[in-house]
Design a protein around this ligand. Structure first.
Ligand SMILES: [Zn+2]
Length: 282
């Protein structure tokens, strides 16, 4: 990949002006034997990139299992991964609040902002948890790979098409599965399902407000909502301290159920989350 330095420096100008994707240089003949080194910020993006890039990419995720992205800080190991990568695929929507560091470590890295074209809700970054947004994210990854490696355009398009069909299948499953549910409300500790709720006409009631640890009044509000709508489940994420969720659950005689928004096996995980939602909403 050493030959690529000239290209990456050239592209850096476009990256710094935070264009989603960028420039026209190609990877050249060298890349026929080398895989494209891709770093992604959160694990679900690894599945997106691997499904589009196939044999052409080597993907590494920065965020390890169990860590939450909102307070994440880059370790020396992460910086090394960034330094060695050619492409950096980010969620965008301000989830990667540490992007300045990336530019310092590898000014030439090409950044693909997968949130381009997604209709954002305030400053909520959890876009990937609605498959309708995931579609756009996958398409942005596809466009980036085609621009960088146009010789393989047909390959990338074919791969992307196959994965987008799976996302469509997930989308339809969610619509159908939620049809029979009467009280379309759920309570969750952290607002991970904001976009999911928007796209499938559910109401997400969060315990946490504005990313801060809940105060007594937030816990009381959640308890009141649960009683009013006869909700018996509080969703929590393995990345957060479940204490407040447990307090609420014991007050309402309900239970805490964990969902993981960051599992790398995105499709399987979304079906799991759907199953849990259907089982716990009436
Ligand atoms: Zn989150």
């Amino acid at each position: 990949m050493r030959e690529l330095i000239a290209i990456t420096v050239y592209i850096a100008i476009a990256v710094m002006s935070s264009v989603a994707i960028i420039a026209s240089p190609t990877l050249g003949a060298q890349a026929d034997t080398d895989k494209i080194g891709v770093v992604v910020s959160i694990p679900p993006l690894a599945q997106f990139v691997e499904n589009v890039g196939g044999e052409r990419v080597k993907v590494t995720a920065l965020l390890p299992p169990g860590k939450e992205p909102h307070t994440f800080s880059l370790t020396p190991r992460d910086l090394k991964k960034i330094n060695e990568a050619f492409l950096f695929v980010v969620n965008g929507a301000k989830l990667e609040f540490w992007m300045d560091r990336v530019a310092e470590v590898n000014p030439g890295i090409i950044v693909v902002d997968t949130s381009q074209g997604v209709e954002l809700i305030d400053d909520d970054p959890h876009i990937w948890l609605s498959p309708r947004n995931a579609r756009l994210q996958v398409k942005n990854i596809l466009q980036a790979l085609i621009q960088l490696d146009p010789e393989y355009q047909d390959y990338y398009q074919h791969n992307a098409h196959r994965y987008l069909q799976k996302l469509d299948g997930l989308d339809r499953s969610i619509e159908i599965s939620l049809q029979g549910i009467k009280v379309k409300k759920f309570i969750i500790f952290h607002p991970a399902l904001t976009y999911f709720a928007r796209d499938y006409n559910l109401e997400q009631i969060t315990v946490e407000v504005g990313g801060k640890s809940p105060k007594a009044k937030d816990i009381k509000r959640a308890i009141d909502e649960a009683r009013k709508h006869n909700i018996k489940v509080i969703f929590a994420e393995p990345q957060f301290d479940p204490h407040s969720a447990e307090v609420i659950a014991s007050e309402i005689g309900g239970e805490v159920v964990f969902i993981d928004p960051l599992a790398q096996n995105y499709l399987e995980n979304m079906y799991t989350i759907l199953g849990i939602l259907v089982d716990t909403m009436d």
